[in-house]
Design a protein around this ligand. Structure first.
Ligand code: GDP
Length: 298
């Protein structure tokens, strides 16, 4: 019988071909712990978190003969424990409408995520309005209109190049007049000009607060799983630009496992409201810490 190939996941790389045979045991020694730490770092957990996770595993298992399955379970349990407190769906407020500002770099999946969110809330009986606030990208506006049609949700737009804050103001006015439950506001993601973007986001916030002092109720940062460790700097940057209240990680349906989320949870504790698992309208799932941890350790 042909030997099963080594598992491609983290543990496969740690235990080599033995990983294919979970009954094989090895003593968990310093060398193995060091390899484990390195693997966690390459999986985007960051040094600090990787060191801590490894130390916690060593506390229980150091010097013991362990199987691949045992290490895997211990590792997944550690990761799930870190992620548990941040797994929280988007909080809903009685405000009418609840205003959700969506930020993130271009290409991260903002537009797609807004379409998916709109569809989900629509399906839950909510009255949703979308504002196409990235007025400088005609393609983004067109794409949002397509998503709005799919979701059965109106999309408010403004002429190309016009002031996003003024669109957001009008959109909130209309959403209020219509008694909408939720207003999703798309924003620009041009990080090349940070000062401009900061002013643009600040102005949107300033202006919508004239209509509702509590708006925006949420500021969602959309992160792309394939950017790896870069997610960390994106969170830092957007926290400077806006008052980020939660995250959505997209593209977790591919090979990227989103290990950076562990570092983010560990360091910032920002709630993860949902994950993107595909390009279709229903491909938005709640964040499940155990499922995420299991996929990460592979
Ligand atoms: P934006 O520039 O931030 O608005 O990003 P878009 O919403 O236009 O998304 C950029 C690309 O990523 C598009 O091709 C989307 O189909 C794709 N995308 C978005 N979310 C996901 C996801 O969860 N999984 C996959 N596989 N692709 C996604």
């Amino acid at each position: 019988e042909a030997e099963a190939p080594a598992r491609p996941g983290l543990l496969g790389r740690l235990m080599g071909r033995e990983a294919a045979a979970p009954v094989v045991r090895r003593v968990l020694d310093d060398e193995m712990l060091e390899s484990l730490e390195e693997l966690l770092i390459t999986a985007d957990l960051g040094v600090e978190t990787a060191v801590r996770v490894t130390a916690n595993i060593a506390e229980d298992l150091y010097g013991k003969r362990v199987s691949t399955e045992e290490i895997k379970r211990a590792l997944a349990a550690e990761v799930a424990r870190i992620m548990e407190p941040v797994a929280r769906p988007l909080p809903l407020y009685p405000s009418r409408p609840q205003v959700v500002l969506v930020v993130g770099v271009n290409g991260s999946g903002k537009t797609t995520t807004i379409g998916k969110l709109a569809s989900q809330f629509r399906a839950a009986g909510k009255n949703v309005v979308i504002a196409a606030g990235d007025t400088f990208r005609a393609a983004a506006v067109e794409q949002l209109q397509v998503w709005g049609e799919r979701a059965g949700v109106p999309v408010l737009t403004a002429p190309e190049g016009s002031d996003p804050a003024s669109l957001a103001f009008d959109a909130l006015g209309k959403a209020q007049a219509d008694g909408a439950d939720l207003l999703l506001i798309d924003t620009a993601g041009r990080l090349q000009n940070r000062a401009d973007l900061m002013e643009e986001l600040a102005k949107i916030v300033r202006v919508i607060r004239k209509k509702d002092p509590d708006a925006p109720h949420n500021t969602l940062l959309v992160l792309d799983a394939t950017t790896g460790q870069n997610g960390l700097s994106q969170v830092k940057t957007f926290q400077q630009l806006a008052d980020v209240s939660g995250l959505v990680m997209t593209k977790l349906d591919g090979t990227a496992k989103g290990g950076v989320l562990v570092a983010l949870a560990d360091r910032f504790g920002l709630p993860i409201h949902a994950i993107g698992v595909g390009e279709q309208i229903d491909d938005l799932a709640p964040f499940d810490p155990q499922e995420f941890a299991d996929a990460l350790v592979g």
